[in-house]
Design a protein around this ligand. Sequence first.
Ligand SMILES: [Zn+2]
Length: 446
Amino acid sequence: MLHTEERPATKDIGCQTEPPERKSVGTQLSSRTLRSHHKSEAVQATVSCKDFGTSTDPFIAPLPCLSSTPIKRPSKRPRLEEEEEDIDPLEGSSMVTSQGSIFDPAESALAESTLMSDALFTSTQAVPKYIVYETCLMELFEDMMLQQLSQDKKVILGGDMRADSPGHCAKYGSYTMMDLNTNTIVDLQLVQSNEVGGSSYMEKEGLKRSLSLLDSRGVTIDCIVTDRHPQIQKFLREENITQFYHVWHMEKGLSKKIAKITQKKDCEKVKWIPAIRNHIYWTAASSKTGPERVAKWTSLLNHVQNVHTHEDPIFPKCLHTIRKTRDKSKWLSAGTPAFYHLEKELTKKTVLKDIAKLSPHYQTSSLEAFHSVILRFAPKNVVYPYLGMLCRLYLAALHYNENANRGQATTSSGDPLYKLSFPKSRKGECRARPVKTDATFRYVDG
Ligand SMILES: [Zn+2]
């Protein structure tokens, strides 16, 4: 899974850290992983916090040599100080501070699905802290999951690239591969733009690496859901892999275009964005074939004219009940600028081609939610070194996998809890979203 030049040659078992009363902003990652020729297998800081009743064991140091046996040393504070001076401050924040910053490195851009409770913040003082090596995270991440996946006969994957900055100046792209049956991240590839000849090649490279890893682990793919990038289409076609498109990518693009239509002269009447948005998800979820998707999609153009029977025998009439309309002004008429522009946009050749390949498997934007989790671990306004970024991605994946399928929180009387939200992307449109139970952090104890 990991693509990195740094492959440590030897292993150490233990590591040490100071008791928690002093604040560390550093990690041993940059000074050790990047530079030395050893790796640490399991690194644990024994915390002498009395709340936990843990011991005040002396420091157990990883040796920058070949020994795989932990050797006890007396606690030496100066050692840690030395390391701090060597550490890139940006990367230093990537792992652990005494405030438990791995839990909330950004304190911003919180994905609401993973909001932490206040209780967590107050308890972080009392939680044991760990310095985690990237290699350990990788091992955790690779183990069991791919083995299980290799036994699954109908593996449906969702893949997506996230660039660390918009446009063509991205330094890194992380390609996420999600098992859509279980809503878990099964692989992450971090690609640097300069190793693939530019940021526009990162997505294909990430996908390629991920598929090759899964193939080497015996995972057979039924189909994959991706975005509509032409390079990706071509690659998957050549590899003979069935591809579908993310519905949410397409819905976003179309919603923007329809919003632009409403700004045109005489087109203010186009009030159909929420309905079209729902229609695209319904079309994808309820259809089995490409022609069925196209037939359902184009029926929309009749529906907006208050016509609910259609020429296409695959979808001859709307499934909704026909009611008397109170607001008759919402219906569009053929021959008006509003209808002309809407029809033109919704029936473009490229749109119909893409509609035919919308994913029937994947209706929620889980990958998008995962990208929001990454923001918490790797805010976009900070530049990270390769390994710092990789570790943050792994932590985000561990956090996501543990928390993605949380249940809905309930009131004391057992009623499900919802809250209202007004997402920016929906321009103030109100939505009721289920409140999830509090996030858990068992992966930290891993
Ligand atoms: Zn209708």
